[in-house]
Design a binder for this molecule. Sequence first.
Ligand SMILES: [Zn+2]
Length: 241
Amino acid sequence: MALYRDDGVVLRTYRLGEADRIVVFYTRSHGKVRAVAKGVRRTKSKFGARLEPASIVHLQLYEGRNLDIVTQAESVGPLPQLRTDLDRFGRASVLLEVIDQIGTEGEPDPMLFKLLTGALTELDRAGNPMVVPAFVARVLVLEGVQPLLEACVHCGTEVDLVAIDLSEGGVLCREHRRGEPISNGARAVFEHLFEGRVRQVLEATSEPVASEVEQMASRMIEQHIERRLKSSTVLHQHLAT
Ligand SMILES: [Zn+2]
């Protein structure tokens, strides 16, 4: 069996038998990895609490036939606030779920890995609610589905933009409105995010725009993941026939 090392983020874990757990990681160099952590549910486990969701760890694994086996896990950046603050942990869980949905086994994406660890670290440090929208915007750019925000996708006007519909590809004017309403403030924040001006958004977004942006970002990513799942199902059906 081959031994390998990698850095990974714990996305989720589930029980296996009496004492073991299956841990799903998103790793820097191997993409998504499912591995067995033996004895992790015993109180004297050598892994301790290092394999909890959102942990960032240096890993050593044995390559198994079906599942790999975790032989070492060292904490890289302990994220203490994420563990104790429910709001922060809730936001971190959104990031983990997104990566779980779009990450692929055996297809590493170091950019995505860096984005995830950066967002988790920032959430732990400052708990800024704009971390999730910033992350979502970056993911959508990486996935090539950045919405048009400057002009109505239907008629091209740049005034009176009142709605957004991702399935239409962006914002809409009052006459062509569809999807959901968007305020000028929220639209401006998303323009900054999609153009990479993240620092500005983290520092200067106040309520109620921040809540609107955060809710809209979750719906944006949900919609994208749903469409992605549908298109892969269609593709599989197509390949099967
Ligand atoms: Zn229009």
